[in-house]
Design a protein around this ligand. Structure first.
Ligand code: NDP
Ligand code: MG
Length: 380
């Protein structure tokens, strides 16, 4: 029986992870669940899955459920609570399903304990890929990607050597604005930007998909996961989201991994790898899909994608800067403080103004994140 820790159990990935686990209650048990504030849903999850540790980051919603916990379930709060749970709970697999930079600190603790990390929280690798890889090498922790593109590449790489890879081809749906003119970004509403054509996801990643920053973050994530330079990582727009990504080898052969756009599959694979477990998820019927299309991405229209490639080329803390700037810009757009078209402008200013520190130690990363957030909060 494998014990599972879910960091961010009430989000889109967290809930889908529990949907997967529900099918395999003889193989997996839940040992810890954490949330930011949604203690109502957490309580339902506690009653069904019986974890030993739960964390509600915010005090008030934590107090609401205190009285209702089953005996033997320990409740912690705050960012310290997330870290304590990652250090003290018993688990074999840590599912990183928290959104944003806030996922980094608890994930690092799980890595230091040498656990398997089923990683959805791409921001952890974007901001701290180098140091995260160092901690993995020291502890023996293994990151299995949950992000569908990286899971696809990981699956294509089974039985292959990285030296035989010519390039990785990350597919991108293009998001809700693929067929809109750049001029329409000026008045794009929050609802339009959240309306992803193929995937149901949390708000932050949905906006990232609309700006294509999501694909930019994924290029950086792929760099740290597979150890390939920028010029061996290509993005191709594929609006149907059936091919989740591909690997082209040195003999010209291309392997692709396909399936319906449903995160349960990459989540399950990250939990069961190297095995595959039979399930009853909906199957892909290719004649129903009919056509698969591929286009080059428009970097002039989707400036965030270009900024992410630039940041990876610059190196040092540049990816941390664009990530922090993006988190604040997206939050401000969701709060209707700035227009959609301002998101890349704010990120571009941060990349230009925040001094690039080449040191990759974890304290420098936290300082850089803090400084960038402050800078972008004050930009018009
Ligand atoms: P959601 O916003 O749906 O969920 C986030 C989860 O983290 C919730 O449980 C939330 O709790 C918790 N949380 C958020 N902020 C904090 C915080 N500061 N401290 C503690 N807990 C917090 O996100 P998604 O599930 O969409 O995404 C999670 C990660 O997975 C992201 O990094 C995303 O990029 C990645 N990913 C997501 C995909 C998807 O299909 N959704 C696909 C590929 C990658 P609460 O409910 O209480 O707010
Ligand atoms: Mg993805």
């Amino acid at each position: 029986m494998k014990k599972i820790f879910i960091l961010g159990s009430t989000g889109s990935i967290g809930v889908n992870t529990l949907n997967v686990l529900r099918n395999f209650s003889d193989k997996f048990a839940v040992s810890a669940l954490t949330v930011n504030s949604n203690s109502d849903l957490l309580l339902k999850q506690i009653n069904e899955f019986n974890p030993k540790f739960v964390v509600v980051k915010e005090e008030e919603p934590a107090n609401k459920i205190k009285e209702h916990l089953p005996s033997g379930c320990r409740l912690l709060t705050g960012n310290d609570g997330l870290i304590t749970a990652a250090i003290e709970a018993e688990y074999d697999i840590f599912v990183g399903a928290l959104v944003g930079f806030a996922g980094l600190a608890p994930t690092v603790e799980a890595i230091k304990r040498g656990k398997r990390i089923a990683l959805a929280n791409k921001e952890t690798l974007v901001v701290a890929g180098e140091v995260v890889n160092k901690y993995c090498a020291e502890s023996g922790a293994q990151i299995i990607p949950v992000d569908s593109e990286h899971s696809a590449i990981f699956q294509c790489m089974v039985g292959e050597g990285i030296n035989e890879v010519e390039k990785l081809i990350l597919t991108a749906s293009g998001g809700p604005f693929l067929n809109k003119d750049k001029s329409s970004f000026e008045n794009a509403t929050v609802d339009e930007a959240l309306n992803h054509p193929n995937w149901e996801m949390g708000n932050k990643i949905s906006i990232d998909s609309a700006t294509m920053m999501n694909k930019g973050l994924e290029v950086i994530e792929a760099h740290w996961l597979f150890g390939l330079p920028t010029d061996k990582i290509e993005v191709v727009v594929h609006p149907q989201s059936i091919i989740h990504s591909m690997v082209q080898f040195i003999d010209g052969s291309i392997k692709a991994q396909m399936g319906l756009p449903d995160m349960k599959l990459p989540i399950q694979y990250a939990l069961t790898y190297p095995e595959r477990f039979e399930n009853d998820f909906e199957r892909t019927n290719l004649p129903d899909i009919g056509t698969l299309e591929f286009f080059e991405p428009n970097l002039n229209k989707f400036e965030c994608l270009k900024l992410a490639f630039d940041a990876l080329e610059i190196g040092g803390n540049a990816p941390c800067v664009i990530n922090a700037a993006n988190e604040i810009a997206v939050e401000r757009f969701l709060n209707r403080e700035i227009k959609f078209s301002r998101i890349p402008a704010l990120i571009g200013s941060a990349l230009e103004k925040i001094e690039n520190n080449k040191s990759s130690d974890i304290d420098t990363i936290f300082d850089c994140d803090r400084e960038t957030r402050k800078f972008v909060k004050n930009l018009n």
